[in-house]
Ligand binder design. Structure first.
Ligand SMILES: Cc1ncc(COP(=O)(O)O)c(C=O)c1O
Length: 375
């Protein structure tokens, strides 16, 4: 086990600045760059032979690592180039068959509804947020019915950090005969994402943010019993049961989640993500979740004490994304950047997201520095 504060030394950027933007891009570790260097060295040394020596097995290693953090089986995870690609392949895997509605929420990341807004045969229904922070699951229950194909929404809202009860959402979808599809990009790595226990049908996420594994990849979880029922209408040789037979005259889907894959995954990204998963597992996800909770609570208490108005959920559905109302968020972010703070802004808000590698002192200093940006 690696102590979270000892693990700080594995992230060079933390010595250069106060990094509070992990919900956008997790920090890069030495472990990830070492794994990337190893990939490049193998490429120099072995060229294409490295596929068989090592790289095909690395793809399996990454599917397995992604499965562990999702509480899933390795055969339930596919590797895709982005969340949008994962959502797109799912949207082409389910026949409409009399159900032409997709229910989303108004707080979801736009790439989620976009998948169906471009399909004229689909009606997208947007569930409103009563408080602008979260969405009452019963609001979904009111509209998910026999016309619903998917209940498709977020695990953690990128816009407010609120955590949704995905087990309840899965039940609402199941009771109406609809599929549940959760965009979990903002969840694994900061909060538990036990997708099997939650009973969701499909779940997308990826290494980019809280898993500190960089861009170029996403993970698609498809529950074991759901896999054989879905036949994506966009596909690739990675999805073919006998991939290395190179038969162009016949096609059969694989039996596991790889049937959703769309060609050769980006190998540099695979290696970076593997190094990151290994480090985070060494720290331990329970300890990481505890640390994010502790630092977030400290940040919120300090901000409120300093008189800031926040857009955050109540304690039981809060995550490590903290939205701070600000008159001029982009100017504040620029000003703070010049003083060594990496944070972000969204309309009307400065956004801060502490991860396990941050310290209490960094959180306190950030609140102090933010106060100096007040107009
Ligand atoms: C919740 C959520 N979903 C989806 C995306 C977009 O993912 P991608 O660019 O991999 O399609 C983001 C990006 O920040 C996000 O926060």
């Amino acid at each position: 086990m690696l102590d979270p504060l000892t693990a700080r030394d594995r992230f060079p950027i933390l010595a250069e600045c106060t990094y509070l933007n992990s919900c956008s891009l997790g920090a890069l570790s030495h472990d990830a760059t070492e794994e990337l260097s190893r990939f490049l060295a193998r490429w120099h040394a072995r060229g294409a032979a490295a596929w068989y020596d090592e790289w095909l097995a690395k793809l399996d290693d990454l599917r397995a690592a992604a499965a562990r953090v999702h509480g899933a089986g390795a055969g339930e995870v596919a590797l895709l180039p982005s969340t949008s690609a994962a959502l797109g392949v799912v949207s082409e895997a389910v026949p409409v068959e009399g159900r032409n509605r997709v229910v989303v929420s108004e707080l979801d990341f736009p790439t989620l509804p976009y998948q169906w807004m471009v399909k004229p045969e689909i009606e997208v229904v947007r569930v409103p947020s009563d408080d602008g922070v979260t969405v009452d699951p019963e609001r979904f229950a009111e509209v998910v019915d026999e016309r619903t194909l998917f209940l498709a929404t977020s695990h953690v809202f990128f816009s407010t950090g609120a955590v949704q009860d995905i087990a309840r959402l899965a039940t609402i979808a199941r009771d109406a005969g609809a599929w549940s599809l959760i965009d979990g990009y903002q969840a694994p790595g900061q909060i538990p994402a036990d997708v099997r226990a939650a009973g969701v049908d499909l779940y997308t996420s990826g290494p980019l943010k809280w898993l500190c594994g960089g861009p170029g990849l996403s993970y698609l979880y498809v529950r074991e019993d759901v896999i054989p029922r879905l036949e994506p209408r966009i596909t690739s040789w990675f999805a073919a049961r006998d991939q290395f037979a190179f038969r162009a005259d016949t096609f059969e889907y694989r039996e596991d989640a790889r049937r959703f894959e769309l060609g050769t995954p980006s190998l540099p990204s695979v290696h970076i993500a593997l190094g990151a998963h290994r480090l985070l597992e060494e720290v331990g996800f329970d300890r990481i979740h505890d640390r994010v909770r502790t630092l977030t609570a400290r940040l919120i208490t300090a901000l409120e004490a300093a008189g800031w108005s926040l857009t955050v959920a109540s304690l039981d559905s809060r995550s490590g994304i903290v939205m701070i109302r600000h008159d001029d968020p982009s100017a504040a972010v620029r000003d703070l950047e010049s003083r060594g703070y990496v944070i972000d802004h969204r309309p009307g808000h400065v956004r801060a997201s502490p991860h396990f590698y941050n310290t209490e002192a960094e959180v306190d200093a950030f609140v102090e520095a933010l106060g100096e940006t007040r107009s």
